[in-house]
Ligand binder design. Structure first.
Ligand code: KG4
Ligand code: ZN
Length: 333
């Protein structure tokens, strides 16, 4: 499984969709932090530099050569186009040279599959909240390659909102991680952030929360007041995670799902994990949380989903392209 949609260059060897043999991640996140966010051009350049050694290490850590693998899976969408192209082109060359089938994987399908690596007993159907830096979806996972999107964000993704709030509060990039770290030292009820009312019951909107925190910070700065950073971070984290959990609860109730999963970078958030756990215990639903090491972008999740795409007959030709956007339920390539 090969992954390069954002700032992680990653490769893994996965057996039968469930067992991780090796998992290697190279990241440009420290360099991106200098700029307060991902600079796409820098991400693409680092992928091009790292990818060959990353894939080599995944093979050597597994004690294998490319001859030992059955197929090459690669994330082909969605993501930063220049970044995705590096992984796709490398995977195409590798598969062609080694005479292996090439399997295209949708990035969010990969995030969902991180749960198969963590929970050997988990099988579809289940309901998954996918929250990352680029997407926030409530997805009915009907089968390993069949999905229905019940709701999604109208504007910012949850991770994007957390990152922007973190930046406004002067916290290091990625803001989502910084906010999670600092929040336990703050009062999450110090500030009330709005829960937007939308006419579609399972959709999200985070731009109002983002504007609210920016306005609070500007007002306090203009008055020369000291920013209560931890209180603001904790309150903002509460605002975002409560919105996510609220919609997840509504979708699961309305559609009758009792098997629930989280996925994506934001699924590492400790408050989101705690509150979803509380909800599922209260309802008697079964909750699946991806192991922390599989929440962020990685190659193992691509290998896991790649297996299920492979057994369902999905193959890409050498003309496979990369795409910045792509629906999870109807990918075309
Ligand atoms: O899935 P991911 O690694 O990359 C994308 O596909 O976008 O998600 C990255 C996002 C970032 O916005 C980051 O701030 C957020 O996940 N994130 C977190 C935490 N760890 C990563 N947000 C909240 N709490 C965390 N612990
Ligand atoms: Zn991701």
């Amino acid at each position: 499984g090969i992954e390069s949609t954002c700032d992680e260059t990653a490769a893994a060897i996965v057996e039968d969709g469930r067992k991780v043999i090796s998992n290697v991640i190279s990241t440009s996140v420290r360099e991106q932090a200098l700029y307060g966010g991902v600079v796409p051009e820098i991400a693409s350049r680092r992928h091009a530099e790292y990818i060959s050694a990353t894939v080599d290490k995944a093979l050597s850590d597994a004690g294998m050569t490319i001859r030992d693998v059955d197929a090459v899976a690669v994330t082909f969408a969605p993501g930063l186009i220049g970044a995705v192209l590096v992984g796709v082109n490398f995977a195409k060359g590798l598969a062609y040279a080694a005479g292996k089938p090439l399997v295209p994987v949708h990035h969010l399908r990969g995030h969902i599959a991180a749960n198969y690596l963590t929970h050997p007993e988990l099988k579809p159907p289940f309901l998954c909240l996918v929250a990352s830096g680029g997407h926030s979806h409530i997805v009915a996972v009907e089968d390993y390659t069949t999905y229905k999107v019940l709701g999604k964000t109208r504007d910012d993704a949850a991770g994007e909102a957390l990152d922007k709030a973190g930046r406004t509060l002067g916290l290091p990039y990625p803001g989502g991680i910084s906010i999670d770290k600092i929040s336990p030292t703050g009062d999450e009820n110090a500030f009330a952030f709005p829960h937007p009312r939308l006419d579609t019951p399972y959709d999200f909107s985070f731009s109002g929360l983002k504007t609210a925190v920016i306005n609070i910070v500007h007002r306090m700065e203009q008055k020369g007041e000291t920013l209560p950073v931890a209180d603001l971070a904790a309150s903002f984290q509460k605002g975002v995670t409560d919105c996510l959990v609220e919609k997840l609860e509504k979708a699961a109730t309305d559609y009758g799902y009792t098997s629930i999963a989280l996925a994506g970078g934001v699924s590492a958030n400790s408050r989101l994990r705690r509150e979803t756990d509380r909800l599922c215990r209260q309802k008697g639903w079964q909750l699946h949380l991806p192991a922390l090491k599989y929440c962020g972008d990685n190659g193992a999740m691509v290998g896991a989903q790649g297996y299920y795409e492979y057994v369902s007959g999905v193959r890409a030709q050498p003309d496979l392209n990369a795409y910045a956007t792509m629906p999870i339920d109807r990918p075309t390539f």
